[in-house]
Design a protein around this ligand. Sequence first.
Ligand code: ZN
Ligand code: ZN
Length: 403
Amino acid sequence: MSRSFDSYFGPPSQPINVAEFLQQANSALLSGSFTNAAWEQLTPEHRNAVEAEINESISDLKSSLDQVWDNPVLSAHVLRQHESTIASVRGQADAPAPKGRKRKRDIAPEGSESTPEVLQLQEKLDAVNLRCWGLTVESALCMRSAKNSDYNALDAPKKMEQAPDANSHPNAVISLTVYNRITYLPSCLTRSSQHAVLSTQTLADLLRVLPCASSNMPTEELDAEGDVSSYNVTDQTGEHSGCLFCIEDLIYRDGRETPDYAEKLVVHFHKLPEDKRPQIKIASTSASETTFNALTLGTHKPYWILHQGNCEHFFVIDQIRHAPLAHVSDPLSGYPLMLHLTPTVQDLCRACGKVPAVHSIVGDMRLGESPCLLCAPCWRMMGPPKNDEGVVVVPLVIPFVNH
Ligand SMILES: [Zn+2]
Ligand SMILES: [Zn+2]
């Protein structure tokens, strides 16, 4: 159920013309309407006093939290309490299991030791009057365990080299999330990465930084007879054999000489009965000519990318912000930034079952299956194949960004 929850987007915003939004934001900035009149009327002393009060109350909250987290006995107690509340909410919310089938139950953790400091903390927590934060049976609908796409493989935003500055001209910073289909559940999507692009950058700039296994395929090395003898892994992203973007019923082509993806898609749609044809048109500019400034976008609405044959991605605009109003911690250069990257889940080696596989061995009869996924040490231990002819070692692609 959580998978299908994550595959829903919306509700979408009204269409936002990025260029118009920038114009309005610029004129609002110049006319000073972003400032708060009531705040401006205060005397500097009064403002300082308000700021000091806010800072003090936040540091007060933070220090009481830190006190608990830094104490292993107290933090363990809080965690145990949380887990046991979750277990009881789940237990109450579960529907009775069908007859004859045993239901897996969440087991509440053992009770905590009652040291004086733990009892004191619990007394304090019980005295909190804010009841709306407590978990109810309905909370179970919004609870799920952590998934791989919740984790971030990056510890800091990843910058693009030789990228323009955010402040070189009036820009909007657009943050977006890229989703891919789940291989074994193609109707559900999962978050793959998040990026921040400048509105002066093009759709092709976004495609260039998209982490995708199809763009990093190893190149085939052919022997004298034209058969594949081995594979070569390069650090370079493979050239795009073609692409299209479908945004707000317009298709942005790759602009190739040969019939491009957009034309092929339109031809494909013409095979459908007229009433079932999607009402989309080819845009006048290609993906490499179209900047985000030229687009009208809706937030929380999926748009479609097709490239490298049949590789599909969806992206959803999360935010459109005016760059001059950036937060002090926002990087000034290196756009498109990669903000989030879901860690890659690799298949385990078929021989040891412990280490991620790095080779796919094709045609080796000793392995009993072809292709067979193996880690490097296991493949070395096997020694050279006896039926040397026809055994091909294919490097597995790890869809991580190499640029
Ligand atoms: Zn792709
Ligand atoms: Zn192994």
